[in-house]
Design a protein around this ligand. Structure first.
Ligand SMILES: Cc1cc2nc3c(=O)[nH]c(=O)nc-3n(C[C@H](O)[C@H](O)[C@H](O)COP(=O)(O)O)c2cc1C
Length: 177
């Protein structure tokens, strides 16, 4: 199974999660390609069977480089005729979306638009989205928002417990695919 992990990270939280995903996949015998997304990332997603896409939540949405990447992919695949009415799934093409977020104002709910955007991106490309993972990440450089939001004190997150959970989720996916 050809596996790709695309991610963006500004302060390191999503990178940590990405590394744990990659390590777990490697332990399970896969050799994922790991690519930090920029708007110029030209990648052939259909070359992969399992694609992970990770982003920090920025102002309720995926990070700008991820949005621009998605936009350019939709444009390329649209022109090629890959985006079809009713989006029939392509057998054997799977995606997982993940984000890190701080939820300083309304908790997990403020990460949902970003994840739904990414889910819909993959569904338009006719991948089956197997999971959406929300992982709490400290809002670095802002102690008030990292301690006084609805999620409480999130300094140091994602911590080892969060990352172990990520590892277990990866193993679960591979078992069920
Ligand atoms: C400019 C900015 C805007 C952010 N907007 C949100 C937001 O709307 N909702 C949220 O839950 N977290 C928000 N965050 C927090 C980040 O999503 C969170 O800290 C994330 O783990 C950072 O990931 P990274 O270290 O991989 O860049 C924001 C952070 C920054 C710096």
């Amino acid at each position: 199974m050809k596996t790709l992990i695309l991610y963006q990270s500004f302060t390191g939280n999503t990178k940590k999660v990405t590394e744990r995903i990659a390590e777990t996949l490697a332990l399970e015998g896969l050799t994922p390609e790991v690519v930090k997304v920029t708007e110029k990332t030209g990648i052939e997603l259909y070359d992969y069977d399992l694609v992970f896409l990770g982003t920090p939540v920025i102002e309720l949405l995926p990070a700008k480089p991820v949005l621009k990447f998605a936009h350019s992919q939709l444009s390329v695949h649209g022109k090629r005729g890959d985006i079809l009415p009713s989006s029939p799934k392509i057998p054997g093409k799977y995606a997982i979306c993940y984000c890190t977020y701080s939820g300083p104002h309304t908790g997990k709910r403020e990460a949902i638009p970003a994840m739904k955007y990414m889910e819909q991106f993959f569904e338009h490309l006719r991948f089956t989205v197997l999971a959406e993972w929300y992982i709490v990440g400290e809002l670095k450089g802002n102690e008030i928002l990292s301690t006084q939001g609805p999620l409480g004190d999130i300094r140091g997150r994602p911590n080892e417990k969060d990352l172990s959970r990520v590892g277990r989720m990866v193993k679960n996916i591979l078992r069920n695919i």
